[in-house]
Design a protein around this ligand. Structure first.
Ligand code: COA
Length: 371
């Protein structure tokens, strides 16, 4: 029995922020901070904040801009975080709203009707509430029968969710499952942290996984999936339902995304290379059989190095498409955006690998072949 990716969907926010705009607001915040804390800085009790640089951001990450759901709030030097209006319990939540948009596009591209969908998995790095599950809200809004659940494996949520969908279909409990990734990354990013304020953007992707091989759509068969995790504190976010019981300042840096970027780079590259290499081997495939790597989008040099180590030479853009220049890191959605935007040229039989990696550490590899 074949299992297919029948269609993908992408919701991109209307607003975007360039590196230059982001740096301008950070530098204004730094000036304010230094002014307000002049005495403490002079006494040596506090460190003066130094300016961020658009050139540094581009050189260190490959990021040029990012799409965001709340530009004004992020760029306000007095605020430095997105601003969302509190919605009533009977209004659609913001995460469900973007998930619905991406899901509808994926279903349309897959030529799949709502009544054919048996389940929905909302897989992403951050969920806006504990319960009821965001996925069940999306399920209700779309009118899907069956079951829905939320899951989180940080930047690998999408690929882990896709493996769950494939396994449920193999097990016979579903024929078609929608996996949706509403990544509102700016809400957990510390825009006051010069080392990381440029990293993330907002987006939502959706993927329809099905055993229905409809000849009217151009599917990708899922050849195999492989996951790997290994605990690390180098990417961490301590915010959780226990935080307020620990009498913590919920606005402190500790309650936002933090990472040891250099360590992540060094440790994750070999992990990803090894997982993809082993995955291909187990499926009797050579790296040269693979037309394209749709990699997680966090850092351009990191992706180039992974591809280079696998290929034994520098990759070209066609073998390793990049979206992080415009989208920045969109957590688990990144490799799916790359797949969504750069898979139309595939011909029957062409093979590719969708690969995520990030916090956990977690890595997910999905080998697909155009039908
Ligand atoms: N503007 C100007 N200078 C900056 C800066 C900014 N915004 N941020 C940091 N710097 C400075 C640092 O202070 C440091 O200065 P120093 O050499 O005098 O100490 C220098 O630039 C290098 O900083 P560093 O943090 O070591 O940069 P880097 O080259 O490691 O790049 C990342 C940072 C985060 C872009 C990079 O490490 C990365 O992407 N790693 C992978 C992370 C990843 O994939 N994470 C997954 C997240 S889900």
């Amino acid at each position: 029995m074949g299992i297919y990716i029948a269609g993908t969907g992408l919701f991109t926010p209307n607003e975007s922020i360039s590196n230059e705009e982001l740096v301008k607001s950070y530098n204004a915040y730094a000036d304010l901070f230094n002014q307000q804390n002049k005495e403490a800085i002079e006494k040596g009790d506090l460190e003066e904040l130094t300016y961020s640089s658009a050139d540094f951001i581009y050189k260190a990450s490959g990021i040029e801009s990012r799409y965001v759901l709340s530009k004004e709030g992020i760029l306000d030097p007095q605020r430095m975080k997105p601003k969302f209006k509190k919605r009533k319990d009977n209004e659609p939540s913001i995460q469900a709203e973007i998930a619905i948009k991406a899901s509808k596009e994926a279903l349309k591209n897959a030529n799949i009707e709502i009544d054919q969908v048996d389940g929905l998995i909302c897989a992403c790095s951050n969920l806006q509430r504990a319960y009821p599950a965001v996925s069940i809200e999306v399920q209700q809004e779309l009118g899907i029968q069956g079951y829905a659940y939320d899951m989180n494996v940080a930047c690998s949520s999408a690929t882990f969710g896709m493996q769950n969908a494939v396994n449920d279909i193999k097990a016979g409990v579903a024929e078609t499952i929608l996996v949706v990734n509403p990544e509102i990354c700016t809400a957990h990013l510390n825009f006051k942290d010069r080392d990381g304020h440029f990293i993330f953007g907002d987006v939502c992707t959706a993927v329809v996984i099905t055993k229905v091989n409809d000849s009217s759509t151009e599917n990708f068969e899922v050849i195999d999936t492989k996951l790997k995790t290994s605990f690390s504190n180098n990417i961490r976010n301590n915010f959780g339902f226990i935080s307020k019981n620990e009498d913590l300042d919920l606005y402190s840096d500790d309650q936002l995304f933090k990472q040891e970027g250099r360590k992540v780079f060094k440790q994750v590259v070999p992990m990803v290379e090894e997982l993809i290499a082993n995955h291909l081997k187990e499926n009797n495939l050579l790296v040269s059989d693979i037309k394209r790597l749709w990699l997680h989008q966090a850092n351009l040099s990191m992706n180039s190095l992974i591809a280079k180590r696998l290929l034994g030479r520098d990759p070209n853009e066609d073998e390793m498409p990049t979206v992080l220049n415009r989208y920045a890191n969109t957590s688990s959605a990144g490799s799916i955006i790359a797949f969504h935007k750069y898979s139309e040229d595939f011909r029957k039989g062409d093979l590719g690998v969708i690969c995520s990696f990030g916090a956990g550490y977690s890595v997910g590899s999905i080998i697909v072949q155009k039908t």
